[in-house]
Design a protein around this ligand. Sequence first.
Ligand code: 13P
Ligand code: SF4
Length: 299
Amino acid sequence: MDLARQITELKAARNAVILAHNYTVGDVQDSADFVGDSLELAQKAAATAADVIVFCGVHFMAETAAILNPGKTVLMPDQFAGCPMANMITPKELAARTAELPGVKVVTYVNSTAAIKAMSDICCTSANAVKVVQSMGDAEILFVPDQYLGHYVQTRLGKALHLWPGFCPTHRRIRPRDIKEARAAHPEAKVVVHPECMPETIALADHVGSTSGILRFCRESDAREFIIGTELGLLHRLTKENPDKRFYLATELSDCPNMKLTTLEKVFWCLRDLEFVITVPPDIAQQARVPIERMLEVV
Ligand code: 13P
Ligand code: SF4
């Protein structure tokens, strides 16, 4: 029996749902009940009636699902799929920085550990960061851990934020010269990038959006060609959903090795053996739930 069919049968037997991020490999996306960006996946995780959530993505996403679903089993097919950006800030470092900024509100990108979320006022994703910061009114904001997303929000709102010096190594590889060279090669193409890119790269784009924001823009645009400045896994949905349009990566180097750790075989083993269970210590989960739920109320 083929793997996809066995996964479908196990899923029914376990009353499980498979959630996959837009960057996972194609056959994993095709096996999922829902594929989306971080915000959509958090919303799906919050609303699911399934007993088991198989999370195909990286660790912080599964942790968020676990925080929102204390009674459910959250599994990752590969528990070593992490996000390097999430490890660029520790609770001790954040405590030291907030002590230097009395009264500051901490806005935390979901690409962070549960322990950092637990110390935050509100969370955000790349899809809602501008709206979330806007919802904080005149408050002084410390934005962690992505300096580039924070810089993008700052530019959009014309408001200065304190920025933590974290970044995504994958998106930092997309350089302004890559965009310029791709534009020279494809002069009719629209340039669409993720807000985790460097400000100099973002400045050259026609549109900036979360992974699902990029999908929406390309679907709705009249343009026929697009230069894509984000992780290369997004090409799967872009090409599948827009067979009449052409997509070029700004650079072939924009791969996230962690997102590629989840394979279809591992999804099967995960459902068969109910491994690997993702848990968050109850006290951390209780505190981290508050800023995540605040975010879900804003959007
Ligand atoms: P999205 O929320 O846009 O899907 O991005 C998540 C992520 O990890 C980007 O690198
Ligand atoms: Fe983290 Fe970047 Fe990979 Fe997204 S693409 S999971 S931010 S390393």
